[in-house]
Design a protein around this ligand. Sequence first.
Ligand SMILES: Cc1ncc(C[n+]2csc(CCOP(=O)(O)OP(=O)(O)O)c2C)c(N)n1
Ligand SMILES: [Mg+2]
Length: 735
Amino acid sequence: MATTKTVPKAAGKALETPDKTYQGLTRKQLIEIYRLMFLSRRIDDREILLKRQQKIFFQISGAGHEAVGLAAGFALKSGYDWFYPYYRDRALCLALGATPSQMLLMAVGAADDPQSGGRQMPSHWSFPKFNVVTQSSPTGSQILQAVGCAEAGRYFSTHPEAAKKSEGDYRQFKDVKFHSDEVTYVSLGDGTTSEGEFWEGMNTASNRKLPVLFVVQDNGYAISVPVEVQTAGGNISRLVAGFPNFHFEEIDGTDPVEAYSAFARTVAYCRAGEGPGFIHAHVIRPYSHSLSDDERLYRPDAERQVDAARDPITRMQMFLIREGILDEKGINKLEKQVEDDLQIAVDQALDAAPPTPDTITRYVYSPNLDPTSPVLQTEPASAAPATDGKKVAPKTMADLINATLRDEMRRDERIVIFGEDVADCSREQYLQEKLIKGKGGVFKLTFGLQNDFGSDRVFNSPLAEASIVGRAIGMATRGMKPVVEIQFFDYIWPAMMQLRDEMPLIRWRSNDGFSCPAVVRVAIGGYLTGGAIYHSQCGESIFTHTPGIRVVFPSNALDAAGLLRTAIRCDDPVLFLEHKRLYRETFGRAPYPGPDYTIPFGKAKVVQAGTDLSVITYGAVVPRALQAAQKLEREHGVKVELIDLRCLNPFDWDAIAASVSKTNRVIVAYEDSLSWGYGAEIAARIADQLFDHLDAPVRRVAAKDTFVAYQPILEDAILPQAEDLLRAMKELAEY
Ligand SMILES: Cc1ncc(C[n+]2csc(CCOP(=O)(O)OP(=O)(O)O)c2C)c(N)n1
Ligand SMILES: [Mg+2]
């Protein structure tokens, strides 16, 4: 696409052959390409100056990468295609319609910085109007999101009804736009191809024939590490050549005309639905990695001069003169105009007001939908007398989660479910021919959903957790509601970059420009008798320590149903922790509460009222604490008030405060290892804010500071048992 700014007149030879085109580019477009390339370089130069004057705080340049950016910008459509760029893509963003002023407001960290409100470093692009999705600093974390974004475009094209707005849940605030032939651009450096997420993204884009355009901008270095150290054999094109369904190009990325023709071919391939594209563009990096780096420390002058001879700005200038499109005078005039316009933008940015500190918590969570709202407090439908007079059989937590997913999928076509083994059967002809029953998850929580809703709504993912979460983020950014599964909490860690640096931050870092309210269901916890180290872990505090993601941990079937429904309808990302031991426990079974049953987040449940001592807990410790409390009352007459938090972020401080103020003694109990656990924060707050109400020290009961062992004798000794709770309760009551 081209912007509609004024274009200087071409002189001399240009007028003789005004209709000549170059790989489809007109002379007018070539002048505009040069103007934007030059503008991009000059913004970098001005930022470098401003950084040296300490008027901005960081600088990273797109110098040397301008030709690729312009080629992409002219081959793709702003606001129609989708863009997951990286920090060297200044020229691309200018080509898509971003202004120098928007970039410089980000550099000074202005209140009016339209990309992040002063939260992100410069060159971390975010332009909702142009479909440029907020980017972060971790190298490569944009790739799987781009894959999910492309999947969303395909999904809405085949489910157009799903795109409609709907009142009463996240959909009310999530506009969906899509085009059946849209392309998703994602770029990265040569070094970033070493990240595992790059390979995961390539694999899924290839396998699903997704219209993702991968652009590797190979400047030969990742900070100081040269490409032959990053990439076996020194050339990424050779390594990826075996991926099926791709259109590949390897180009000189310092030549905008050559680059444009490669982009035009590749975009046409992607648009036609043939599969993904891969453009490997060889570029240069004339300004070191960033202003914090001096490449002369690791690159000799001779090598740097070879690069300098290929500078895309000079090359384009020479090309315009050679082809008679602009003469020297024309170039000078164009450059003068760029400088004048840029000066105005610099002046504006330097005058711009900084953000005020009261804005810092804005957009950590959705400003539109409050999941703690009492409106979400409903009664279970089955509380009403059954019309046929039959007693409704209580169901397990596993049953109710499955039923809730089914009802929500029926209600909301934007929901898709994927993860490892979650489908009934990937080879769907076996299902159709009724040769098999189907799996539906290792714990069978998603059983029957593929059968009911089809293989494009419930499907297996590759065994790659970052891919599950990264793709979910991309889909949710586009307005879908992925409800994905991580098979065991113990294996969540490959997804940690996405769960810590991406999912919770999409809204905050883009100043509400984007959001990704996905749900990640995770089977968690021990007490399995043989679960051992890698099937028993907890670790919820790592996520409650991450602003921007809600964390839910139900202890019984009814709460699981109500909280899962709230999670799905919520406008924030949610980590939904399901205790494996509780899936089929007799404790906490309940009849299905109906398709409208919701529970607000951050509302604890008083499992048992008491006067002598409070126990604050959640998850699988709830039934154990209840058992202990009942025994203590039977044997010693001590009345324990047992509080199940149910939701860990937000958590119900009011319920804790009310209980502790009444009983004056409190135990915080949790299954995770004792030190630095979730209960440490609760205990600290009680000590801080309820000190005057305490008649005894705040006690914690938790697992030993070790992982869970396999042999049941060891497991019992490691995890907190009812006897441990009983002992602690008795001691505290007697204190
Ligand atoms: C996951 C991660 N690790 C390390 C860094 C620090 N870092 C920032 S850029 C960079 C090098 C990137 O090189 P390349 O992918 O070749 O892109 P280039 O900067 O050369 O365009 C590194 C190591 C980071 N931002 N993210
Ligand atoms: Mg590089």
